[in-house]
Design a protein around this ligand. Sequence first.
Ligand code: C2E
Ligand code: CA
Ligand code: CA
Length: 741
Amino acid sequence: MNTAVKLTEHREYGCIDPGQTEELLSMQLSILEMIANDMKTDRVLEELCYLSEAMLPNSVASIMLFDETRHHLNVRTAPSIPAEGIAYLDGLKPGPKSGSCGTAVFTGEPVFVENTLTDYRWHQFRDFSKLFNINACWSMPIRSSNETTIGSFALTSFENRKPDYFHRCLLDTSAHLVAIILEREDHQQRLQLASIAFENINEGIIVTDADRRIIEVNQAFTDITGYQLEDVIFRNPRVLSSGLESPEFYHKFWHDLETYGHWSGEIRNRRKNGEVFTEWLSVKCVYDDNGEVANYVSILTDISQLKEAEEKLRHLAHHDTLTNLPNRLYFQDRLDQALSHASRMEKRLGLLFLDLDNFKNVNDSLGHQVGDELLQRVSEQLYKSLRKHDVIARHGGDEFLVLIEDIEDPLELRHIADHIQENLRHPVHVNNIEFNISASIGISIYPDNGTTRDSLLRNADAAMYEAKKNGRNRVAFYTPELTDTVQARVSLEGDFRRALNTKQFTLNYQPQFNASNGELIGAEVLVRWHHPQRGLIPPSEFIPIAEETGLINELGCWITTTACHQAQAWREKGLKEFQLAINLSPHQLSDSCAFKLARILDTTGFPAHLLEFEITESLLMESGCKAIQQLFSIKELGIGLSMDDFGTGHSSMSQLKHLPIQKLKIDRSFIRDIPGDPNDVAITRSIIALGHALELKVLAEGVETEEQMEFLKREKCDALQGYYLGRPITAEGFEAILNNQ
Ligand code: C2E
Ligand code: CA
Ligand code: CA
């Protein structure tokens, strides 16, 4: 591209005098001056044409450029050619006989036509040359820096002429200057584009010098960080530092930059207003020709919103939506971490398994909305009763887990559990209802009671059951014996499901007598489980399992159907009619309960008035109003209801008045010590008096001695049941008793 060098190449054509050299150099100088002054390209090209024309009198200059997409030449600049001429020239296809310019571009060689009217290359353009009075036309290809021909520079003359050496130099110089001017234009355009991109890109950009001093930032940088260029110019990008990244972080950062020439990753920086934000940062070294770092270019994207969204998602995945406490998944993670930490540091940790007492009844009787709100309140209280570093999670339903790390003494866990229970003691109000919530807590300790997540959870769960069994609102530590009971329970549960299908249950009947005349008036149905391996299992062991697993409904249905069938068969045999008393678990008092009973009566044909259900007081009170509604529906069917185990619960007399019952069964624990124990005597007396005052029949159960019977007769107790009068007996045995009546 060095024009001065190019000039010498044409020495073969002859010499130019110093004056002509001067002329050429001065043309170059003025054009370069124009470029330096940032004159517009079109103006510079025009000036070049004028300057060339001035050096060849009676001529016009033209610059044609090759349009690569259309494969033809167009006039770029020709200030002395009229518009009609330009219109004629535009669209010229390069070729071997394409005038001077078309041929020069086609061959890449200069074309000097002395006479356009005779030259074969102008054959097709005779009209044109005549019209514009053209005689000679010299054209020089314009080459870009990579040596491709991009157009032509031509001098067209109105006389027949042969170029001399100076003219060739003039054409050559002008063509080179055009190339330079156009390349500058291209470069400028690219720079302009780059600068538009720089300012409009969404990513913040920082350019520093080799000494890491900021020399340029873009608009997005200002938008993101709040810093203007003036705030940060010549400062180290450290001004953005949040102080949250560790020295190791920066160590790695510089190590990567120096080794690989780039680094990218997340970094927390600080905006001008002090706010910390997370950005995705890419830093690249820009090297100079010697391979030394000349600049660092950093591109930063504000990803704090992305981070927030990510955080939200993580929170959702790890938290329970109802209570906003961490969920089981999160807890397991934390427990795993805590376990590996504890094993490394040889520390203890404690796991609390917490279950709210009687919560199910709230849900059943007051609905899920109240239940949910209550759970939220309780969660808040639980959360408040713990220390910051303790982890609490909702395990599901009304169960919660608490992780306590760094335990010195298991007693600490006891204190924490006590503290939780104490905090729960404050009544909670939901929908204007006051709730007194209590919780049973089971505790397992690492490594004493297990070294894995699962064993610790299982053992804390077992301890919780133990706590429940000991009466609600208790705390129990795990002991190895618990595993046995839990295992026994678990296996019993599986056996129980099978037992229902394989007829391992039978029914016993225990007679009930009129106290005044000794007449058999009823029989209580008592279920028996004959376990194929373990023999007879008492109902006190399997009824609670049936209740917890929900299998009580199926079992209860079977009991009622079987008993009604049996009793109806006895009736049809003409045997003595009596009241059939069946124990009903409150868990059976579902919405469809009365409906199911009606169907059983229908299919067995047993009359409703001979059927009676025994229901326990304490359980009924916990079940709430829905269960009580069902009792009314049962009563409406004509079925009798009696209150079992009376005296052990806490129902008030006024409540009793509002229940649809006709009979009280005095709990056998009061009967056991009469007439010796004056306390029990007093209680029994008052229950009988109370029952009668409420116009209820009173039955005493657990009558084992004559004294007890005599006492109850004297006190005007209506009915008696107990071993003294008759043990629970199989259907055949009971049929024999009926036959004797
Ligand atoms: P419960 O309803 O209080 O049943 C009376 C229990 O007292 C029966 O025990 C019976 O065998 C026992 N018993 C009867 N007379 C005497 C006596 O003179 N002295 C003593 N010490 N005990 C006597 P069982 O059959 O073991 O039943 C225990 C509990 O299991 C029952 O208490 C009842 O709550 C439940 N249960 C039994 N059968 C069924 C049933 O078919 N359905 C439901 N839901 N629960 C049942
Ligand atoms: Ca009973
Ligand atoms: Ca009872």
